[in-house]
Design a protein around this ligand. Structure first.
Ligand code: NAP
Length: 361
């Protein structure tokens, strides 16, 4: 029997993804230990202003949902001081194995994640913002990870728990060359445009995406395409391109910036409807798609595809990723499925935590 590998989780964020992540971890850890040899326990849960130390509090948080009255204030900011009480309690990183998990939605965690990696603490993140929006962050994280063989895993930043990043990296690590990626990585835009392709009005399609929980509370966040932009930048960086959000040739879906959803409804919605109607062609479906090519071109915009192609088989909200590679030739590697939702994302993060604890980069 191989020795058990104990890993102490430090989790930043306890929101829509963070809460089910604690529950999934606590509920499944006996089986995880039996099947993988990884013993998972919580060192700390960290929110914007509070911290919960010890595994017992994490278990209680999993039981009681969002009850934080037993939690204590934490050091302000996002410096290593945040981790000090954790190291005081459980030991320094050279005596205790930690995994630092980012399930926040802020750029603020970026410097701390880099410092942790430099200290040899594996990092798992579902937070796209540092990777896509902070210049040089992704390249630094990857360089530190490769230099020190410290796992840096970010599977759930694109396609949630779908095997998108791992498929790409496996192809590349084994010597294949990625020639082109075409991706529909936004569940909300897939839902809205999928409904529209099936004949629903754009107003009804937006309402349907909101009702089914695919759209943000403010659907303009989705329609402005920022989420898709971040994801295509992460895919492009993963395939080795030095792309930033500014380098992407983006054809915006909306005709202008709107201050809020109320300002968009009415004329803005009507202009979007007429644009999408004009793009409609018989026998075709239209989606808001990102692409990245080996020559460095990264683009985002409305594209039409034959109804008889794989695009015509998508269910509204489904994600689709097509990887053209040298070895696979004309037929792309395909990853598709539901690429969002708190529980699915939490399950993908948990899978990444287990792999990070096993030392998989
Ligand atoms: N929801 C999905 O389907 C999905 C899918 C794929 C990826 N993701 C990504 O997963 C991440 C989490 O999403 P979510 O929906 O769970 O977000 P959320 O509900 O807004 O939760 C964010 C959490 O982060 C905490 N937080 C904010 N700033 C912090 C800081 N500086 N230090 C520590 N904690 C901090 C918040 O704490 P307070 O409440 O105390 O402010 C909150 O607990 C996001 O990056 C998102 O893009 C989500």
């Amino acid at each position: 029997m191989k020795p058990v590998n104990a890993a102490h989780i430090i989790q930043l964020g306890y929101g829509k993804v963070g809460a089910p992540l604690v529950r999934l971890t606590v509920e499944n850890r006996a089986r995880i230990e039996r099947d993988t040899g990884v013993r998972l326990q919580y060192a700390a849960l960290v929110r914007s202003n509070t911290i919960a130390l010890t595994d017992a509090l994490a278990v209680r948080a999993a039981d009681t949902g969002h009850s934080f009255d037993a939690w204590t204030p934490r050091a302000p900011g996002m410096t290593l001081a945040v981790l000090d009480p954790i190291f005081d309690r459980f030991g320094l990183p050279d005596t205790t194995q930690y995994v630092l998990v980012d399930v926040t939605a802020t750029a603020d965690t970026g410097p701390l994640l880099l410092e942790a990696l430099a200290m040899g603490i594996p990092v798992v993140t579902a937070n796209k913002i540092p990777l896509a929006e902070t210049p040089g962050w992704f390249e630094q994280a990857r360089a530190i990870s490769q230099r020190s063989h410290t796992p840096f895993r970010y599977e759930c930043t694109v396609g949630a728990s779908l095997p998108v990043i791992s498929t790409l990296t496996d192809l590349m690590t084994t010597g294949d060359t990625i020639q082109r990626i075409v991706a529909l990585p936004s569940s909300s835009l897939s839902c809205i445009l999928g409904d529209f392709n099936r004949g629903m009005s754009i107003e009804a399609a937006v309402r349907d995406a909101m009702r089914r929980g695919f759209a943000e509370p403010n659907p303009l966040t989705d329609l402005a395409g920022r989420d898709t932009l971040r994801k295509i930048v992460i895919l492009a960086k993963t395939m080795g391109l030095s792309t930033s959000t500014e380098d992407v040739v983006q054809e915006p879906l909306l005709d202008q910036d709107y201050s809020d959803f109320a300002a968009f409804q009415g004329e803005g919605m009507a202009r979007l409807a007429s644009r999408l109607t004009a793009a409609r062609q018989p026998g075709m479906v239209t989606y808001y798609v990102g692409s990245a090519s080996a020559d460095g071109a990264v683009a985002l915009g409305l594209r039409s595809f034959p109804l008889a192609s794989i695009w015509g088989t998508l269910e509204p909200s489904e994600n689709l990723f097509l990887f053209n590679t040298s070895r696979f030739g004309d037929l792309p590697v395909v990853v598709r499925g539901i690429g969002g939702g708190p529980l699915l994302t939490a399950s993908g993060v948990l899978a990444d935590i287990i792999k990070a604890a096993q030392g998989q980069a």
